[in-house]
Design a protein around this ligand. Structure first.
Ligand code: DQQ
Length: 539
């Protein structure tokens, strides 16, 4: 359907056609980044799930490979579901994944490369004695899935965790193994949070308190905090907590139990689910992948013949300045797609301004922007008890003294369609400023079969910091990062007019009091030309 073909992204990973969901088994091996994903080879809706596979030198330019695993055994007949890779100390690769059996029981299975000397890892063998794990007593047969990457214990065993639920409490079960074939269930739970329901795609990894580098999953010690991430099936968002992992007690204890209810931070306040990290030993960083679904109708997905994209891989690290959240930032490799740039320095936007930024086309962009509110307005603005929450606000049209201001992306000339990505600052009753970072889809499209929510959350802004944002615009995806990645918001938008050459970019300030000074650098982005692998590219 050519009417809808503009929605295909140019530099976000997606298969050539059909449905995709969770990232699976990401890793770096013999010079190649490997990416597997939940895939329906038969259509643009979820079902018949198998493992798609692609490889890349830089996590931006991808080559599609044949399916890695299909549903050809009784123990994965109803789906080759999500799993993770572990690279053993001798370089061997172990893949654990969930199979939905012929009777729809969730079991864990082992697979490994048929030829470890093949850097592309094209062929996979399923362990002949699969499954290696069945749902344990007290766990329902459909509540046992998505094994993590394994990490080493002090006694030299490999440990994994698997998400589940007990009544309405989301839980992470723990198993130790030596050979990945037989497992010992550890008593207790790595973590459990009442009321959160089924935990999908648990991820568990260390982040350094000192270094900017990422850490191998097995790393532990005083210089480390642990991250526990769960994907909540009930509300389809990825939540995380920072905390301490006690290996002996087989327990993760979140730092902030009172505000968090154990697991209250979000990777992304927009559309971002079933995410998974891996340690990239080539560049010593921890990299996060997340599934970004559609927010149009299933009917539209079938018409366009595909559904879902993956986020640009993000580096994840501890925010050393706050100590209480992660930072996420697109891998530097995406900058290799930057083409011509435009710079705008110290643009003054008075209250109520909309200013066109003349940059030619505006469908494939990398935008960096900084904003400063004039001091006078900051001082004279009255304190208020009003709270601002992006998702229940009036979006970019709700005016306050100190916001909203930011950018209108994927806008058309007449502003019949636009997506504001903005800051909204409130001066609280104690005189402190509280900043929200939001993405407003309410006027993003003339189409009426698409979701038009307002996404976002509070973003910590420390003394002396300017407000800063980065936005990656790629046709139907807007991936936004505030304050170096403290708060991230990803949305899908489906304009009908602001497409191709008709798409524009505007600066806006809809505050009533504040004049805002903005400086921006905006790059046109090349396409990544993701395509099937051809043998001449092997070198
Ligand atoms: N997707 C997979 C499951 C996982 C869910 C099935 C999360 O393994 O729990 O496609 O999106």
């Amino acid at each position: 359907n050519t009417m809808l073909s503009w929605q295909r992204t140019a530099f976000h990973f997606q298969p050539e056609k059909n449905w995709m969901n969770d990232p699976n088994g990401p890793m770096y091996y013999k010079g190649w980044y490997h990416f597997f994903y939940q895939y329906n080879p038969n259509g643009a809706v979820w079902g018949d799930i198998v493992w798609g596979h692609a490889v890349s030198r830089d996590m931006i330019h991808w080559l599609h490979l044949p399916l890695a695993m299909v549903a050809d055994e009784w123990y994965d007949k109803n789906g080759v579901w999500t799993g993770s890779a572990t690279i053993l100390s001798d370089g061997q690769i172990v893949m654990l994944y969930t199979g939905s059996t012929n009777e729809s029981v969730q079991v864990q299975n082992l697979a490994y490369p048929a030829d470890p000397s093949d850097p592309l890892l094209v062929d996979w063998i399923k362990y002949p004695s699969n499954p290696v794990l069945f749902p344990p007593p007290g766990i329902l047969s459909k509540d046992f899935r998505d094994p993590t990457t394994a990490w080493l214990t002090a006694e030299g065993k490999w440990r994994i965790t698997i998400g589940s639920k007990i009544n309405k409490t989301g839980v992470a079960l723990v198993y130790d193994t030596v050979d990945f074939k037989t497992y010992e269930r550890k008593q207790g739970l790595l973590n459990a949070v009442p009321g959160t329901g089924m935990w999908e795609c648990v991820d568990f990894f260390p982040v350094s308190k000192k270094s900017e580098n990422g850490l191998d999953t097995s790393f532990n010690g005083d210089e480390v905090k642990h991250v526990m991430k769960v994907s909540l099936d009930d509300d389809r968002h990825d939540y995380y907590a920072l905390g301490i992992y006690d290996e002996k007690k087989v327990k993760f204890v979140a730092d902030d139990l009172k505000n968090d209810v154990g697991i209250g931070l979000r990777y992304d306040y927009g559309i971002f689910y079933a995410s998974k990290t891996f340690y990239d030993e080539k560049k010593h960083r921890r990299v996060l992948w997340g599934w970004i679904g559609e927010s149009d109708s299933e009917y539209a997905d079938v018409a366009k013949g595909w559904a879902s994209v993956q986020s640009i891989p993000r580096i994840v690290k501890l925010d050393k300045k706050t100590g209480s959240n992660l930072l996420q930032w697109p891998v530097a490799e995406v900058e290799s797609l930057r083409l011509k740039s435009n710079e705008f320095k110290n643009l003054k936007a008075k209250p109520g301004t909309v200013m066109s930024l003349d940059i030619e086309t505006a469908t494939q962009l990398d935008i960096l922007a900084e904003f400063e509110i004039d001091k006078e307005a900051l001082e004279k603005t009255a304190h208020t008890n009003l709270e601002y929450e992006c998702s229940i606000s009036g979006g970019a049209s709700q005016r306050g003294a100190l916001g909203p201001f930011g950018l209108l992306v994927l806008a058309d000339d007449g502003l019949s369609e636009y997506t504001p990505v903005y800051f909204y600052v409130v001066k609280g009753s104690n005189g402190n400023l509280k900043t929200s970072f939001c993405s407003d889809q309410s006027r993003s499209s003339q189409a009426n079969d698409v979701h038009k929510q307002i996404f976002g959350s509070v973003v910590p802004v420390l003394k002396g910091e300017k407000l800063s944002l980065r936005i990656l615009v790629d046709h139907s995806i807007v991936e936004s990062f505030a304050q170096g990645g403290r708060t991230c918001v990803t949305s899908r938008v489906y304009p009908t007019r602001a497409i191709y050459g008709a798409a524009r970019l505007f600066l806006f300030n809809n505050a009533t009091e504040a004049t805002v000074t903005a400086s921006l650098k905006i790059w046109q982005m090349n396409s990544a030309f993701i395509h099937p692998f051809r043998p001449d590219q092997k070198s």
